[in-house]
Every structure is written in C-alpha cells, then in structure tokens.
Write a protein that binds this ligand. Structure first.
Ligand SMILES: [Fe+2]
Ligand SMILES: [Fe+2]
Length: 399
C-alpha cells in the first residue's frame, strides 16, 4: 500500500467510525452538561500595577473567563487563553488580566461554562454560571501611602481562618500576605484548591490581592509539586519582588526546616541549592530601581533568619547568611516571618540592622494578624491577636 492510498484509506475508516459514533449518539437523548458550580470564591493572585490573576475552584470539567472593567458595567473580557488554548480544567481556573492601569479600581465577575469533552470533534458547552461582581485596586508605585495585612501558619485551621477574616475586614488594606504554612501537607490536588483558593471557606482574596510566601509545610506531600497549578506567582517562582507605593517588597522561600539529608525526606529535597539560587537572584534583584528607589524595603520569608538566643546564619554553606548580609546592606526595614508558632518582635540592633517580626501559630489563641502601614516618611508594623488586642508594634522613620 503506497502512502497516499494509506492516508485515503485511513481517512475513510475514520469517517466511518465518526459516522457510526454520531448515529449511536443521535439515538440517545442529548443532555447538556449541567451542575457546574464554583467551589471557592475568586482569589486575586500575582498582583501588579498593570496585571493581576483571578483564580477560582470549580466542581467539574469547564472553561472560564473574566468580565471586567473600570466601572460596574465591566465591558472587557479576559479569556485566559495560553498559546491559543482557552482554559479547560476540572478543578480550578486561573485567568490573567493584563493591560491594567496603576492604582485603578477594577470591577470583575468570573464566568464558567461546563464542557463535555467527548472527542476532539464533539465538544459540548452547557449552561454558563457566573459569580457576583467584585472589585480590586491595582498596585501603584507612585502612591504616597499603602497598607497591608499578614497571615501566617494557618495550617488549615478553619476557626482561625474565620477569625482572621473577621479581623482583616475591619480596616482597609491593599494586599494580604499569606506568609506560609497554609497547609499541613499536600496529598490531593482537590484539597489544595480548598486550602489555597478556598481558605477554609473564607473569601479572603476576593477583593484583597494575595501575596503568597511558601512555608515548609507547603512543600510537603506528593502533591506539593502542583502548587503552581493553583497559585500564580511572578515568573512562576516562589521568590520574587514587587513595588507598591513607597514600599519595595522581597519574598523569599526558605524551603524545608531540616537539612536535605534528613532521612524522613528520602532524598527528595534540594533546598541548599535552592537557597543559594535565591541568594544570587537577590543580589541582582536588589539593584533594580523598583526596590532601590523605594522609601522602605521589607522582606517576607516564612522561616525567620534568627530566633531567641540564636543569631542569623554565618556559615557560608548556608545561603541564608548571604540573604541576611544583602538585606542589611540594602537597608531593609524589616523581615516578616512565621513558622515558630509564637509571635515575636526583634528590633534592630548592632549586628541585625533590620527588625524581624514574627506572627503566631495556627490555634486561635496563638494566631496573629500583622498590619503594615507605610508612607514616604514612616513604616509601622503592628501585631495583634484575634480579638484585635495589640501584642507588639514597631515604627521606623525614613532616612
Ligand atoms: Fe507552621
Ligand atoms: Fe513552618
């Protein structure tokens, strides 16, 4: 059989198969896919001055898009297409809005449509669904002031998440930094949707964009490698920087809290090299104008660089000694951490020229909310308990 004949033959066979499939299906009642629902509130991720990602959980195979605009009438569509393909997923969707204006309020609504993907030539759309309309504001590097909120070590504690949500909504903020240990470990992607996008049922980042820092528990479990499916980060990496108003922010990822060769990890960790890679990145990133020109610089890192009776790393084999050196050299105001499950404030001293502020643990009685407010002349950080009582506060003046 020559090739031309073979192709013709194969085409005829394919046509016959398609026809018989169509006839078979035609004999059955056609029901459009139904029952699609959102499983989480929308979550605003990877915020910037000109772009932001909207993620949301769904309960079945579907596509999704975002309708948005500068007024409540919306008017623009982000279709989420990547390399020519619009979203199709059974667990969660992630749609990037681009071309936004700095410091601008945007209104948005997420749409999804069930998709019955039978064959490449038989894809059926069902009845679309949509969320209510919400809004957010993009970052603005020229804003004279800004405010943010920090959560950490929530470890899937739904009671704590509800109380944090209640406290967070009491005052305005421009972003919510979730500073690691969102989960205990990651075994199933379905659960990750609920933990990272759903926050125990709280619409925590529906209007307040998320700044995500990965904790040592977030890297645990076989599904930990899927985190980027659900959390969009600048450059796709858990370490990054951004600028909003007078504040330059660096997010670092300390990885696991024990050495890579600890037997329980079965040799699957390579965090020594990962921290070194971040040190090299940090050295060049700190020369960038958006950080250099900020009135204040802070860093988020889940694991603190020092603790009571223990200074920062000095051993050259631990790249965190370089992190500390670089934060000091570039006059950082503060490092904000978690991990210890016990809140603490370490003001600057002779060897540690920036403050280290650590949030509390997963139980409501140990949990904290940290608020930051920054102008061109002053940075203030306040640690509060879940009743709103102030536990610690620290202020730094510019210059
Ligand atoms: Fe923790
Ligand atoms: Fe931790």
């Amino acid at each position: 059989m020559n090739r031309r004949h073979f192709l013709k033959h194969a085409g005829a066979t394919g046509l016959l198969a398609a026809t018989s499939n169509t006839l078979l299906r035609a004999a059955q009642p056609e029901a459009p896919p139904t029952g699609l629902a959102f499983t989480t509130a929308p979550s605003l991720q990877n915020p910037g001055a000109d772009a932001l990602t909207v993620a949301i959980g769904v309960n079945g195979p579907s596509t999704a898009w975002v309708e948005y605009g500068e007024t409540e009438h919306l008017g623009r569509i982000a279709d989420g297409a990547r390399d020519g393909l619009k979203p199709f997923d059974a667990l969660a969707h992630s749609i990037r809005l681009t071309g936004l204006r700095p410091g601008q309020r945007y209104y948005y609504r997420v749409h999804a449509c069930p998709i019955d993907f039978r064959t490449a030539y038989d894809i059926r759309r069902g009845e679309p669904i949509a969320t209510d309309r919400f809004s957010f504001r993009t970052f603005d590097p020229n804003a004279a002031q800004m405010r943010f909120v920090v959560w950490n070590d929530t470890h899937e504690n739904t009671h704590t998440l509800a109380r944090l949500m209640e406290q967070t909504s009491r005052a305005p903020a421009d972003f919510l930094a979730w500073n690691g240990d969102i989960t205990n470990d990651n075994y199933r992607e379905e659960q990750m949707v609920q933990h990272y996008l759903g926050a125990g049922g709280q619409p925590f980042t529906r209007e307040l964009p998320l700044v995500f820092a990965r904790g040592n528990h977030d890297v645990r479990g076989p599904a930990a490698r899927s985190l980027s499916r659900f959390i969009d980060l600048p450059g796709g990496r858990p370490y990054y920087s951004f600028r909003h108003g007078p504040l330059g922010v660096v997010v670092l990822d300390a990885g696991e809290d024990k050495p890579d060769d600890t037997p329980v990890y079965a040799g699957l960790g390579d965090f020594v090299a990962y921290r070194r890679q971040q040190a090299a990145w940090l050295e060049s990133e700190l020369e960038q104008p958006h950080l250099q020109q900020a009135a204040f610089r802070i860093a988020f890192c889940h694991i603190p660089l020092w603790w009571k009776n223990q200074g920062p790393a000095t051993d050259a084999s631990d790249a965190r000694s370089d992190w500390h050196r670089l934060l000091a050299k570039h006059h950082f105001a503060a490092l904000i951490s978690g991990h210890t499950h016990q809140h603490a404030l370490f003001p600057p001293d002779r060897t540690k020229p920036y403050a280290q502020i650590i949030g509390g643990g997963p139980k409501p009685e140990a949990s904290t909310l940290i608020r930051g407010s920054v102008t061109r002349t002053e940075l203030t950080l306040v640690v509060s308990d879940l009743a709103g009582g102030e536990l610690a506060a620290w202020t730094r003046q510019a210059g």
